[in-house]
Design a protein around this ligand. Structure first.
Ligand code: PEP
Ligand code: CO
Length: 462
């Protein structure tokens, strides 16, 4: 087991895509010294716990739900915003757990998701060209030269905002907000008349009766009151992730203590690149995004580099192929990885392969494409006899209008009403819950028809 952390100089000697360019190296050095002195945001033991839970996903005994903003913003670190996202995640998880009867590992794309890879380094508006927005970790969304300059001091703010977010999440999930007996109240302010709302209400009523039954039988478990929620983000900014990587005093091994799980983006997963070099040393569970051009042999080589010992739960492969490609390009990748004997958690990101620009100029996604990619993902795994281990979605707790379609039948003309994302379009609450019901149906149907992969649960999966 690797027990060293490569130096920042060693990382910088390797190819590294999508990095900021800071004008003042002394300011960077000051910021990094400050970050290195700060306490960890997560405890290494929690990362181990998540790795064990993801091992259960890879073994077909559990389902991973990962979701949150495309890009968190400093200004959105409010109780209302955090509560909204948590509520959607918990509601989706309860739909999956209850309707599909499968344990759900809950991971937020939250408390650190502040840096964005971009397809272009610049943005031009009305003949003015400025550096592209790269997330609040790097610069500001405002379109003016000072705001778009890359500022290392923002990294301290990432730490502070992540810390505040995680603090509230921890309080919510352990302090009563996640109590299953309050499942009704999570969505009590639903816009009425939606089909999703009715289904949710019916399910919540059934859960309440089931819980009352168990309490009457003398079973009143702590697991009804609290949940385990983990944090994750894309490990994009080498400086930040490196400054938050520490040797765990218990085990003498390195953990990135900025989040429980970090992932490699589609644009920064080069096998000989700096990002892979950093992540391969970590003991955290790590994710890898794969787009439609991923080559099966490259994927096998990448996984071997990241996880040579094939440690259960260490690698999650997050595929984002697009609704039109998934049935064609996913099978050879799964087959190539399975042929090596490696068991990974296979997770579907049905968002990033399905983005388009609407006629009225919004970056959007169609809910029907999201559903179609998830269906394709399930069909492929059904055919290959592998376990569709989870989903990774961009969502928010508000009733935003960023993706078209879904139960409210949002049209392109509706996008302008509440288009709030700083980066990619997110599912709103109704769309997220609708997706959860759809996935729960697929999971339940898979189990009914093939005894699909869900084997006997083990107590540690919960
Ligand atoms: C993202 O998750 O927001 C993202 C940029 O994804 P990908 O690396 O898959 O393009
Ligand atoms: Co995104």
């Amino acid at each position: 087991m690797a027990d060293v952390i490569p130096t920042l100089e060693e990382l910088h000697a390797l190819p590294a895509a999508q990095q900021p360019s800071y004008a003042d190296p002394d300011a960077v050095a000051r910021v990094l010294a400050e970050l290195r002195a700060r306490p960890p945001l997560v405890f290494a033991g929690e990362c181990d716990e998540l790795r064990r839970k993801i091992a259960a996903v890879a073994a077909g005994r559990s389902f991973l739900l990962q979701g949150g903003d495309c890009a968190e913003c400093f200004d959105s670190v409010t109780a209302q915003d955090i509560r909204g996202k948590l509520r959607v995640l918990l509601s989706m998880a309860v739909v999956l757990t209850y309707a599909a009867q499968v344990p759900v590992v809950k991971v937020g794309r939250i408390a650190g998701q502040y840096a964005k890879p971009r397809s272009s380094d610049t943005e031009t508006r009305d003949g003015v060209t400025l550096p592209a927005y790269r997330g609040d970790a790097v610069n500001s969304l405002d379109f003016d030269p000072a705001a778009r300059a890359h500022d290392p001091n923002r990294l301290v703010e990432v730490y502070n905002r992540s810390s505040a977010t995680l603090n509230l999440l921890r309080a919510f999930v352990k302090g009563g907000f996640a109590d299953l007996r309050t499942v009704h109240t999570w969505n009590s302010d639903f816009v009425r008349n939606s089909n999703v709302e009715e289904r949710y209400e019916t399910m919540a009523g059934e859960i309440e009766r089931a819980l009352a039954f168990m309490v009457a039988c003398g079973v009143d478990n702590d697991q009804f009151r609290t949940v385990d929620l983990y944090s994750s983000h894309e490990a994009l900014l080498l400086e930040y992730e490196h400054a938050l990587t520490r040797i765990d005093s218990r085990t003498g091994t390195p953990y990135d203590v900025s989040a429980h799980m970090v992932w490699l983006g589609e644009r920064t997963r080069q096998v000989d690149g700096a990002h892979v070099e950093l992540l391969r040393h970590l003991r955290n569970p790590v994710g890898v995004k794969l787009g439609p051009t991923a080559d099966p042999d490259d994927v096998v080589a990448l996984l071997a580099r990241l996880d040579p010992n094939q440690e259960p739960g260490r690698v999650t492969v997050i595929t984002r192929m697009g609704a039109d490609n998934v049935r064609e390009v996913l099978p050879p990748i799964i087959e190539a990885v399975e042929d090596t004997g490696r068991k990974v958690a296979w997770v579907c990101d049905p968002m990033h392969g399905n983005t388009f620009s609407s006629a009225n100029g919004y970056k959007t996604r169609a809910f029907s494409d999201v559903v179609e990619e998830v269906n394709g993902f399930f069909d492929v795994h059904d055919e290959l006899g592998t376990w569709p281990g989870g989903v990774h979605v961009e969502l928010t707790g508000g009733d935003v209008t960023e993706c078209v379609g879904g139960v409210d039948e949002l049209a392109e003309a509706d996008l302008a009403a509440h288009y709030e994302t700083a980066c990619d379009p997110r599912l709103n609450r109704n769309q997220s819950l609708e997706l959860a019901f759809m996935i729960a149906e697929r999971l339940a149907a898979g189990r009914a028809s093939h005894g699909n992969a869900v084997q006997a649960y083990k107590p540690e999966d919960f």
